[in-house]
Design a protein around this ligand. Structure first.
Ligand SMILES: Cc1cc2nc3c(=O)[nH]c(=O)nc-3n(C[C@H](O)[C@H](O)[C@H](O)COP(=O)(O)O)c2cc1C
Length: 202
């Protein structure tokens, strides 16, 4: 059978979600998927970006990462979305990309795919779950199959978020537990998509 196509579509201003996205991509590759790692377009004004040097530095450091397009969504059997938590919600950059998907949605092309999501926030109670659940609203509208990590692997009892991998930036850079949770989440989503693909082909 054809391998599963996995798109990892993320936004990151200062690199944390990018680090998670790379671990997700690694987990998806190890699970046997064809992987596209894609950042969404930056929409913030230059003045806002230049006010925070680490933001501009991250843009430069990831200049080689391709921008997400509708063809990536169309191509994918499974899509994992990553976003920083912004006032308890996904970032406007990831929302802008999602709001551009109506042409695919109208054709029913977003239905039946596997979706999962991951995030980062500054504080432990800063809204990670609300961000992930907010992305879930879109997946419902698309007719997606939402595959969260749950507590289905020992790493989930250490990382602790059944809704999706999430990192608390205030605690430092993502450590091996959160990166392993990201790899695991990808594996679970890819395995589910592979089972669906095989079942549909049968
Ligand atoms: C406009 C804005 C809103 C934010 N809102 C929250 C929030 O509600 N809760 C929180 O814990 N952190 C919040 N943060 C911190 C971000 O979540 C944090 O900077 C981000 O996860 C870092 O990810 P990145 O390095 O990939 O950009 C906010 C940051 C900005 C700029």
């Amino acid at each position: 059978m054809e391998p599963v196509n996995a798109a990892i579509i993320y936004y990151s201003a200062t690199g944390t979600v990018h680090t998670l996205a790379r671990a997700v991509a690694e987990g998806a590759e190890k699970a046997g998927a064809n992987v596209r790692l894609r950042k969404v377009a930056e929409t913030a004004p230059v003045e806002a970006i230049s006010a925070r040097p680490e933001w501009g530095q991250h843009i430069q450091a990831t200049a080689d990462v391709a921008e997400a397009g509708l063809d990536d969504l169309d191509w994918a059997d499974v899509v994992l979305f990553g976003t920083p938590t912004r006032f308890g919600n996904p970032s406007s950059q990831i929302r802008a990309f999602i709001d551009s998907t109506a042409p695919l949605w109208l054709q029913g092309k977003l239905a039946g795919k596997v979706y999962s999501a991951f995030t980062a926030s500054n504080t432990a109670h800063g809204g990670q779950e609300s961000t992930l659940l907010a992305l879930g609203n879109t997946f419902y509208h698309w007719g997606g199959i939402i595959v969260p990590p749950g507590y289905t692997d020992p790493v989930q009892f250490k990382s602790g978020n059944p809704y999706g991998t999430s990192h608390v930036v205030g605690a430092g850079a993502p450590d091996e537990v959160v990166l392993e949770a990201a790899r695991y989440q990808a594996r679970r989503a890819v395995d589910t998509a592979a089972a669906l693909k095989a079942g549909r082909a049968a």
